[in-house]
Write a protein that binds this ligand. Structure first.
Ligand SMILES: *Cc1c(COP(=O)(O)O)cnc(C)c1O
Length: 411
């Protein structure tokens, strides 16, 4: 008997759940783009975006998705014949590297596999080997949404500094911004890329590139710029159209205004990160219980290298696809497909899925998704350890102890 009627829930790693208030703010007549509110709201939005990035000197805003954000960064960072050092920990790291290569930039890629974070020692070695100083930028994916690995940005910065190399550090935070802690200034990041539809809780359609003063100066002569992608007029706009090189994404601005207020003023960025950490802990607790005596496994074994925004899970093929199909059809819960873990034509592809837990999600949503997955495994006879949903509930209880909770020994 299908139980899918009711509010559908897409627990995919982007686009994420959109708050009703964000949608409501977008539901309005077209505003004037030459004067008035839709123009006047832009500087404060840009300032809030710099705050969400924790200390960016500038932000350039674009109409586009994450791929557009990559291209914006690429064209401003590089000239033809430059070299990029791409640190690959999954499909998205590969994608960024490919997008730079397609512009005529030489890419040296270091692939760390599908189950491990970047090893900073190898980054330092690669930079030391670049005696001619041709590497213009190191490209790092903070969270690779395909593998759900979380990379240590500060450690990569330290490796660049230890090598004494002038390369800029550019980081893709498309999955992680507003989910996993990120400190642009504190971690010495020069350029950061993100988009509207993941932790920022707004529909797809806006891409952002943050940069430091140092990055702005170091890229003054980059040769791949085109008028549309050039970040210089956008970060120093003196007229409304210059922010966008044309018509503003009017309705997205109203949605983003509300989303940034929710993140920065109502909940607070530290609390947003803590909520993501607690809910991710529930996902990990469930997966660890399911994995006892079965093939179910977290793709990333080391908790310190797991993202709080998305979790990649492994099953015996084809059980991941069977479970996704069941959850979708019977329960109204959409889970993410595995990405970049196997070729889609390979039967092994059906052994991977992803759970998105980014953005506008709370305990009943995540506990509901996990209990639904457990129900699906039971219904389909997919072997799994018992007690996943209960373990997830215990993780939530531990993260949010109420008054009268038994005192726990200090850890
Ligand atoms: C989603 C995502 C992208 C791609 O974004 P699109 O909006 O699909 O173009 C790139 N990098 C990471 C880490 C992502 O999570």
């Amino acid at each position: 008997m299908p139980l899918a009627a009711g509010r559908p829930y897409a627990a995919i790693p982007g686009p994420s759940v959109i708050p009703d208030r964000v949608l409501a703010a977008m539901h309005r007549a077209a505003p004037n783009i030459y004067a008035g509110e839709a123009v006047e709201m832009v500087p404060a939005i840009a300032a809030d975006l710099r705050t969400v990035a924790r200390g960016a000197d500038h932000v350039a805003m674009y109409i586009g998705n994450g791929h557009a954000g990559w291209e914006a960064a690429n064209t401003n960072l590089f000239s033809r014949g430059d070299r990029a050092l791409a640190l690959v920990t999954g499909r998205f790291g590969e994608g960024w590297a490919a997008s730079v290569r397609a512009l005529g930039v030489e890419v040296e890629a270091i692939d760390f596999g599908r189950r491990a974070p970047v090893d900073p020692a190898r980054v330092e070695d690669a930079l030391r080997a670049d005696r001619a100083g041709r590497i213009r930028a190191v490209l790092l994916t903070h969270v690779d949404t395909a593998t759900s690995v979380l990379n240590d940005v500060a450690a990569v910065r330290a490796a660049i500094d230890a090598a004494g190399h002038p390369a800029l550090l550019a980081v893709d935070c498309i999955a992680s911004l507003g989910c996993d802690r990120f400190e642009m200034a504190g971690w010495g990041v020069d350029v950061m890329v993100s988009a509207s539809q993941k932790g920022l809780m707004v529909p797809p359609g806006m891409a952002f590139v943050w940069l430091s003063d140092k990055a702005a100066a170091a890229t003054a002569d980059s040769g791949l710029r085109t008028p549309y992608w050039d970040w210089r007029p956008r970060i120093a706009a003196t007229e409304a159209w210059m922010y966008w090189f044309g018509t503003a994404p009017t309705h997205h601005l109203y949605g983003l205004r509300v989303a940034l207020d929710m993140i920065l003023r109502e909940e607070g960025l530290e609390a947003v990160w803590a909520r993501h950490r607690a809910l991710a802990g529930a996902v990990w607790a469930a997966a660890e219980a399911w994995g006892r005596g079965s093939a179910v496994a977290l793709n990333i074994a080391d908790p310190a290298a797991r993202s709080c925004a998305v979790t990649s899970l492994r099953f015996a093929a084809p059980d991941a696809t069977r479970l996704r199909d069941w959850c979708d059809r019977e329960a109204g819960l959409t889970l993410g497909v595995g990405l970049g873990m196997a070729d889609p034509a390979d039967p092994a592809w059906h052994g991977f899925l992803r759970v998105g837990h980014m953005g506008h999600v709370n305990a009943p949503m995540i506990l509901g998704a996990l209990a639904t997955m457990e129900a699906g495994m039971a219904a389909l006879g997919i072997p799994h350890g018992a007690g996943g949903a209960a373990a997830a509930a215990a993780a939530v209880a531990a993260a949010a102890p109420g008054p009268g909770a038994p005192a726990r020994a200090a850890e």
